[in-house]
Design a protein around this ligand. Structure first.
Ligand SMILES: [Zn+2]
Length: 274
């Protein structure tokens, strides 16, 4: 009887250990060239898509989702309305079921932005969360994943500085942290540092790896173990910026050289899926 009880206890512990191991968070950084699209999949299978690449990228993304049997996205987040982030959003909205969309609020006139709004208009059941200037929100799921989103602080950054309207996304799972910094240039990078600690294990490097006046400070504070840069042959990331990251001990991946990269977190450590 006693033996049976011990055996049962051991069995229970094995099951519990296996369950804990199964709790992995995955982030797929898709190779879209100099354009962003990243899919977060939480341990419970909640899917959060950040940006949709260009118009062409959106088609590739829809095709990839079809092949992988992904027909539902819980949350689509558009960091800002430049064509290399929102360009493929209409295609994604048309090809998979999206439950809610989170997007910044600022004036933008472009074909890609209009196409996104029209595609969104056509699906009234989607919940919309427009993020006004200076607003923030936190999403938390039962599996222990927390995503906090902050909007830009100012309503103007001058001409051609729409990158600074990028939403900042901080993802936490267990002890691991991810930061998705959109295309933040110096003013918005400063804001992100003011918003709180930007230290992270994984960083989606802001602004396609271009060097701006705040880059060194921003990267040093972030000090990621893994950094992913979305660049291209025509517009490669700054060598100086890559050197700064390497000097901090970061493993640096670029879409130009490494293509798509998937990162796994077990809540304690992060690793690149080989
Ligand atoms: Zn961009």
């Amino acid at each position: 009887m006693k033996k049976a009880f011990v055996l049962l206890l051991v069995l229970l512990l094995v099951i519990l250990a296996a369950a804990a191991q199964a709790g992995e968070l995955r982030v797929d950084f898709y190779d879209m060239g100099k354009a962003d699209a990243m899919l977060i999949t939480t341990p419970d299978g909640v899917r959060i898509l950040i940006d949709c690449g260009t118009n062409k990228g959106g088609k590739a993304l829809a095709e990839r989702f079809r092949k992988e049997g992904i027909d539902e996205i819980d949350t689509l987040i558009i960091t800002h309305y430049d064509k290399d982030h929102v360009g493929g959003a209409d295609k994604v909205l048309e090809s998979v079921a999206v439950r809610q969309v989170i997007m910044p609020v600022y004036d933008k006139e472009s074909k890609q932005h209009t196409q996104f709004l029209e595609a969104l208009e056509a699906i009234p059941e989607i919940t919309r969360h427009p993020m006004e200037i200076q607003s923030d929100m936190v999403m938390q799921s039962d599996d222990g994943v927390k995503l906090s989103i902050t909007a830009a602080h100012r309503d103007s950054y001058g001409a051609d500085e729409e990158n600074d309207f990028s939403l900042a996304l901080r993802l936490t799972y267990g002890e691991t942290k991810f930061l998705f910094a959109g295309d933040a240039e110096a003013p918005r990078q400063l804001e992100m540092m003011e918003e709180g600690d930007i230290a992270c294990d994984v960083l989606k490097v802001p602004y396609h790896g271009r060097l701006v006046s705040t880059s060194e400070r921003f990267l040093t504070q972030a000090c990621p173990k893994i950094a992913y840069i979305t660049d291209s042959e025509e517009e490669p990331a700054s060598e100086t910026l890559i050197e700064i990251l390497k000097s901090l001990g970061s493993q640096v991946y670029t879409s130009r050289e490494d293509g798509s990269v998937s990162v796994i977190s077990d809540g304690k450590t992060v690793s690149v899926l080989e």
